[in-house]
Design a protein around this ligand. Structure first.
Ligand code: UDP
Length: 472
């Protein structure tokens, strides 16, 4: 505890905290600071810090405390052990019980307890920090908390104390003035000025009490203005309830939106599932079509491959085999033409001989001529035979010519093959050329055989004799 100052009020009339005698300490009030209480208030008055929670009206327990015609008010003042300079003993004390009683009685005239029979209205006061005037501060805070809890009241209760310091009546004592002052006089009153609490500690004259009560009225009026301003600020502000309604409306809208979204999502889910099923069916169809297409394409590919092979063969044969085929075809055509000319000559001679035999007047002459013609034919045949041999020799020369022509064609093929730069084809061309030469020789022999055919038929003496026998 600090030592007593020499003067609590300076010469200029100012007190240690700079206030004048009729001034109260600054006050700060907050409403609804406790979420589990029906009403609450936090109040700072000077260096005092008070927290109040109100519960009820609620059923009074134990039942023996209930009153059938009215509600009971229970007021509990508690000073925290850390709220004072010297540690306060925890739990109820004589002082705290006294303060709780006088404070409860301060509210009984204004709280409409008859409206809530058998119930209890609990007021819990916690002094967090004490600096003199805690009971008056607690009453002011409790009045706000009761109003915050919606407890019907005839009016607010305000409380303030006056005292005597250095022989002067001052309003709202602080810790030094309370401890070293001459008197402490706490008062609580209604809005109408009816005193609900009055205590006195010290010595005061009736004039001092009268003067002090005037100061307390002034102080309580200021406090009442602060309380009303705070309550008006809370309950007259058209912000919080609309916010709550708006919040509820927003929640309802959000729920509706979520429901719509869930419906949409469910419908979308159904649509997606249908699409997936269709896609799977389409996929199966596509797979079947793909298999068929692959089969068809395989067949087409096989056909194409065959065509490619044919084309390649045709390309490889274009320079060689085609030339051979042309040569063979030309040789065959020449042989057929010569055979046809020989047959024509044979038919003409046969018809002529048949005409000579058919005339009887000239038979003898014909017989004579036959002998002559036979000789002549024999000679002629011999001459023709020699000519035939010579022709055959000539044809042998033609074979040589044919081989030379084939050799020339080989040169052409070789040049073509070299022009194509297919070295491997050269060997093939040479082999083909040799085969071509052989085929040309065979073609020459065939031509020789074919050329022998008509000669043997027409100019064979034995056959001619047989023909003569037939003529005979
Ligand atoms: N005080 C203290 N220890 C206690 C009780 C009170 O230090 O056990 C201080 C406290 O600061 C309080 C002041 O003494 O505010 C005056 O106490 P009083 O009993 O007069 O009640 P109040 O004036 O607080 O209503």
């Amino acid at each position: 505890m600090s030592d007593k100052p020499e003067k609590l009020i300076a010469d200029d009339g100012l007190r240690l905290d700079g206030r004048r005698a009729d001034e109260i300490r600054p006050m700060k009030i907050e409403i609804g600071v406790l979420s589990r209480a029906d009403g609450s208030c936090y109040l700072e008055w000077g260096r005092n810090k008070i927290l109040v929670g109100v519960f009820g009206p609620r059923e009074a327990h134990p039942r023996r405390t209930q009153r059938p015609d009215t509600a009971v008010i229970r007021y509990r003042y508690n000073m925290a052990s850390f709220s004072v300079e010297d540690r306060a003993r925890p739990g109820p004390s004589r002082r705290s019980i006294e303060i709780s009683k006088v404070s409860r009685e301060a509210f009984e005239p204004v709280i409409m307890t008859e409206l809530f029979p058998k119930t209890a209205i609990d007021i819990f006061v916690e002094v967090l920090q004490a600096d003199a005037g805690t009971r008056t501060a607690a009453i002011n805070a409790s009045s706000i908390a009761l109003a915050d809890a919606g407890i019907p009241m005839k009016g607010l209760i305000t409380s303030c104390a006056f005292g005597k310091v250095d022989g002067q009546i001052v309003l709202d004592l602080n810790k030094e003035e309370d401890n070293y002052g001459d008197a402490d006089f706490p008062v609580a009153m209604t809005q109408d000025g009816e005193i609900t609490l009055l205590q006195m500690d010290g010595h005061l004259t009736p004039e001092e009490i009268k003067k002090g009560l005037e100061l307390v009225k002034k102080g309580c009026k200021e406090i009442l203005e602060i309380q009303q301003a705070v309550l008006r600020k809370k309950f007259e502000t058209p912000v919080e309830e609309p916010e709550g309604e708006a919040a509820e409306t927003a929640e309802a809208e959000n729920k509706a939106v979520e429901a719509e979204a869930s419906i949409e999502s469910s419908s979308k889910t159904v649509v997606v599932e249908e699409l997936i099923e269709e896609a799977e069916e389409f996929k199966e169809e596509i797979s079947e079509e793909t298999v068929l297409a692959e089969v068809c394409s395989a067949e087409e590919i096989s056909d194409v491959e065959e065509l490619k092979e044919i084309i390649e063969e045709a390309e490889t044969r274009s320079g060689e085999d085609i030339l051979e085929e042309v040569i063979e075809a030309e040789v065959e055509e020449e042989a057929e033409e010569e055979a046809f000319e020989d047959e024509a000559e044979f038919e003409a001679s046969f018809e002529a001989s048949f005409e000579e035999v058919s005339e009887p007047e000239e038979v003898e002459e014909l017989e004579a001529e036959e002998t002559v013609s036979g000789r002549e034919e024999t000679e002629f045949e011999s001459e023709d035979f020699t000519e035939e041999e010579s022709q055959l020799e000539d044809e042998g020369g033609s074979e040589e010519i044919t081989s030379e022509e084939a050799f020339e064609s080989d040169l052409e093929i070789e040049s073509e093959a070299k022009s194509r730069k297919e070295l491997s084809a050269e060997e093939t061309v040479e082999e083909k050329a040799e085969e071509t030469g052989e085929k040309a020789e065979e073609a020459g022999e065939a031509e020789e055989e074919k050329s022998e055919g008509p000669w043997k038929v027409v100019k064979d003496p034995s056959e001619a004799g047989s023909r003569g026998e037939n003529n005979e």
